[in-house]
Design a protein around this ligand. Structure first.
Ligand code: OSB
Ligand code: MG
Length: 375
């Protein structure tokens, strides 16, 4: 397929509910959408960098800079036999996986549409529904947390993840477990602890947690090896897994027993498939993480999560938990059994509402043969 044109948009949408992690509270989401045109079709991707460099060192502004100044020229006017060639074509640019993923995932959508197939079929997906879970942020009180868990369970979600930080950890888990002794429950620390917190985090061992996600630093592997020796709860890595090579090292070193896959963190669908396959080979289950995506990124995630080693429910939930209305129509919905059907139309298989995309756009640029940079 030949790519003729790349559009980048910076968007901002209000969140339906604020979201608080160990790095702070957000009331809205700023992100990029990438649209590729070629062979008479279009493909869409979402770059999940946030307004701030707190989860990742990338931001919407760094992603904008990298895409417009360095990535566009490696894609626009180029021909690819398959979208798995797009990530290698951007190799000269180090890092900036979220920027790369936004472009690469748009290329997968474009390719799947040209083929007339759902994206899941092109990615190697094997299931027609995915198991959905929710990520519940830090609340103002334990009563509010328990009420929120109750509401999400009633909506059908089969797995509850709660965000923790020092001062909102053992008490939060204790409160949820007291009310719901048997639910699938896990915690995400977003790197809020240090390796000396082993004895404290071992107190979580009595609560039958599925896992603790990313307790230590975003760039750490070896302290997690030490911590995993001190706690029985399985460690799952999120932030630390920037590349398939780091995942290989982390698995080899026994830094984690589970891995969270976010395509934005590793550079797109191609790298996510490689990470998925590596984990499968080593008996490491994976689940699909979330970055508060709009319906476009969310649809991509659903297709990817249809691969066979996504055996644990992930952080892909219904549109209405995030954006009302979403950028797609109908929004992503979760069935009473806590599953989401994988869209069956061509590409990501959802209808993008142009008026809503336009209304939320703060900045827009089109790059084609006439203006794409070359350096
Ligand atoms: O650590 O998984 C995380 C959101 C933004 C940044 C990092 C994370 C998250 C979430 C939310 O946990 C997942 C979601 O509901 O999209
Ligand atoms: Mg996480």
């Amino acid at each position: 397929m030949k790519i003729d044109r790349l559009d980048v948009r910076l968007l901002k949408l209000p969140l339906a509910h604020f979201f608080e992690t160990s790095f702070g509270r957000s009331y809205d989401r700023t992100f990029l959408l990438i649209r590729l045109e070629g062979e008479g079709q279009v493909g869409w991707g979402e770059a999940v960098a946030e307004a701030h460099p707190y989860y990742s060192s990338e931001t919407t502004e760094t992603a904008w800079h990298i895409i417009t100044e360095f990535l566009a020229q490696r894609v626009v006017g180029k021909t690819f036999d398959h979208p798995r060639e797009v990530f290698p074509a951007m190799k000269r640019v180090r890092g900036h996986n979220m920027a790369k993923a936004g472009v690469e995932m748009a290329a997968w959508d474009l390719y799947a549409r040209i083929q007339g197939k759902p994206l899941s079929a092109v990615l190697g997906g094997t299931r027609d529904r995915i198991a959905s879970g929710v990520s519940i942020g830090i609340q103002d009180s334990l009563d509010q947390l328990v009420a929120k868990v109750e509401k999400e369970l009633a909506a059908g979600y089969k797995r509850i993840k709660i965000k923790i930080k020092p001062g909102w950890d053992i008490n939060a888990v204790e409160a949820v477990r007291a009310k719901f002794p048997d639910i699938l429950l896990m915690v995400d620390a977003n790197a809020a602890y240090s390796v000396t917190d082993g004895p404290h985090l071992a107190k979580l061992d009595g609560y039958k947690l599925m896992m603790i996600e990313q307790p230590l630093e975003y760039d750490d592997v070896m302290d997690h090896v030490q911590l995993q020796k001190e706690i029985a709860t399985p460690i799952c890595l999120d932030e630390s897994i920037h590349t398939v090579r780091i995942a290989r090292d982390a698995i080899e070193a026994k830094a984690c027993r589970i891995i969270n896959i976010k395509p934005g963190r590793v550079g797109g669908h191609g790298e996510s498939i490689a990470l998925h396959d590596l984990c499968q080979k080593h008996g490491i289950p994976v689940w699909h993480g979330g970055m508060l995506e709009s319906g476009i990124g969310r649809a991509h995630n659903i297709h990817l999560a249809s691969l066979p080693n996504f055996t644990l429910p992930g952080d892909i939930a219904a549109s209405k938990r995030y954006y009302v209305p979403d950028l797609i129509e109908p929004g992503i919905e979760v069935a009473p059994d806590g599953t989401i059907p994988v869209p069956t139309g061509p590409g990501i298989g959802v209808t993008i509402v142009d008026d809503r995309v336009n209304a939320a756009t703060l900045r827009h640029i089109t790059l084609d043969a006439s203006n794409v940079k070359s350096h």
